[in-house]
Write a protein that binds this ligand. Structure first.
Ligand code: FES
Length: 74
């Protein structure tokens, strides 16, 4: 899932670390996205858990910005 907050761009794993739901279907509020299944909230840029029940952050991929494109490096 690619996200942009202001000038910051991030690509995060879609699979919630709690029970594997697709976080991309979650509600976005400010810098957070809420998993639609049990309500864990993650930071859209860092992938950190803002609210449980999830305990592990979402994987964050390394990216390079080239013009208008986001290239995933790993
Ligand atoms: S599967 Fe995402 S919070 Fe439970």
């Amino acid at each position: 899932m690619a996200t942009r907050v202001g000038d910051e761009v991030s690509v995060l794993e879609l699979k919630c670390t709690h029970m594997g739901c697709n976080v991309a279907f979650g509600e976005i509020s400010g810098r957070g996205i809420t998993c639609p299944c049990c309500g864990s909230q993650y930071d859209l840029i860092t992938g950190e858990v803002l609210r449980g029940p999830a305990q592990k952050l979402l994987r964050k991929y390394k990216v390079t910005i080239i013009g208008d494109e986001v290239q995933i490096d790993d």
